[in-house]
Design a protein around this ligand. Structure first.
Ligand SMILES: [Zn+2]
Ligand SMILES: [Zn+2]
Ligand SMILES: [Zn+2]
Ligand SMILES: [Zn+2]
Length: 422
């Protein structure tokens, strides 16, 4: 049949193949329907799971259930690119998916170990002919979660514009990707707020480290040493070289603008702190780790949102109080990996105000630097109260009573824990 172009406008992503005929499907059409349409038209679309491999052949996506019939072991198979209604029981000997069999077994054991406490064990000689429905249900939920998290991980990595990779991991519960979070690489200014100011000054150094460079022009010292580490006190602003400077990308005064260099992992914490972020590689002390981004809104709007948000939402509001208190960054719905970084009263990240192309002192960029060496696998944290200024804000100084109304208990576990997040 003639080539067909399949257009889907929804967030499911688009399958496209140049051709003669355009074929439209409604937004938010279900994945099953999209797959069926692709299959009917013999179109492959990697992002919805229809590949050359499974267009004509059957590929196991995951295993849903298990039973023994006449001494033969069977698994209920979910086929990749096919709806649940087409699942079939297949004898073990036909299955060539050792990793999925292992996954099935692991999930079964993790479920059983969770419910084991307080329950009588099934005698060993009682040969099990089938799984309990609750076990199979859990295994399917876990398989679906794994797929959803992988899709989210792929999506985050497609959107991010920095070097470091973003991984997603949940070995703790059945929580899937957040439903109301949109990844952005930079500030998203609210209507009426302008951020696209071009730099008004650029240096003409041949060596920005030795000459009177951008920081000197702003009346501060160069923020970095030769090892790309921050060497100034918290509270002191960072002035990086910008698009007007004559220096190239290798200038030692261009760090935050290059983005996150480390591979990080958004993971489910086991101590009830929801999602957290850990580094997958060692981070040297005083190194740039990530920027804090989100919607830039006026402080009046932040006040209004603060009253609507629950305690958790409030913790995403970050006042840009470097020199004025006109603006706030709201990372509740729009943000990058920093959205998932938890608070600690003894953090390993420290906040700095950074100016690059936008030299408007009311609108600094917020960069998180390591305060010490951070080992691979360690959770990253910053102090939610040590925002902008680098000084601990107290209730008497803080001008925003609305954000202080609900107090959130801190679970950071530090010896020096203050007990509350806000
Ligand atoms: Zn310079
Ligand atoms: Zn430079
Ligand atoms: Zn410069
Ligand atoms: Zn604490």
């Amino acid at each position: 049949r003639a080539a067909v172009r399949l257009l889907c406008g929804g967030p499911r992503g688009a399958c496209a193949r140049s051709g003669l005929k355009a074929w439209c499907v409604p937004c938010l059409v279900s994945l099953d329907t999209l797959q069926e349409l692709c299959r009917k038209e013999k179109l492959t679309c990697k992002s919805i799971g229809i590949t050359k491999r499974n267009l004509n052949n059957y590929e196991v996506e995951y295993l849903c259930d298990y039973k023994v019939v006449k001494d033969m072991e069977y698994y209920l198979v979910k086929w990749k690119g096919w709806p649940d209604s087409t699942n079939t029981w297949e004898p073990l000997k036909n299955l060539k998916c050792p990793l999925l069999l292992q996954q099935f077994s692991n999930d079964k054991h993790s479920y059983l170990s969770q419910v084991k406490k307080g329950k009588t064990m099934i005698p060993k000689n009682n040969v099990k002919k089938a799984l309990q429905p609750a076990v199979a249900e859990y295994i399917v939920k876990k398989a679906k979660q794994r797929i959803a998290l992988k899709r989210w991980q792929d999506d985050l990595n497609r959107r991010k514009n920095h070097k470091g990779m973003i991984f997603v991991e949940n070995t703790v519960d059945l929580e899937g990707p957040p439903s109301d979070f949109y990844y952005v690489n930079a500030y998203k200014p609210a209507p009426g707020i302008s951020l696209d100011n071009e730099a008004t000054f650029g240096c003409s150094c041949t060596d920005c480290f030795l000459e009177k460079c951008c920081p000197a022009e702003a009346g501060v010292v160069m923020a970095y040493n030769k090892n790309q580490q921050i060497r100034i006190q918290p509270g002191t602003p960072v002035y990086e070289c910008n698009s007007r400077c004559r220096c190239g990308p290798d200038c030692p005064n261009r760090i935050v603008q290059k983005g996150t260099q480390y591979s990080l992992c958004i993971f489910r914490t086991s101590n009830g702190c929801g999602w957290g972020v850990k580094t997958l590689v060692k981070i040297k002390k005083m190194s740039f780790v990530m920027e804090y981004v989100g919607e830039v809104i006026t402080s009046e709007e932040a006040e209004r949102r603060g009253q609507l948000y629950d305690n958790r939402g409030i913790t995403y509001l970050f006042d840009l109080d470097y020199e004025s208190d006109e603006f706030t960054v709201d990372a509740a719905r729009y943000g990058n990996v920093s959205h998932f970084v938890n608070h600690s009263c003894d953090p390993n990240l420290q906040v700095f105000n950074v100016f690059i192309d936008n030299l408007d002192t009311r609108l600094p960029r917020i960069a998180l630097f390591s305060t010490r060496t951070i080992k691979a696998g360690e959770e990253l944290t910053f102090d939610y109260q040590m925002k902008g200024s680098g000084e601990l804000s107290s209730d008497s100084v803080d001008p925003s009573p609305a954000k202080k109304r609900v107090r959130t208990e801190c679970k950071c576990g530090a010896v020096t824990c203050r007990g509350y997040l806000n």
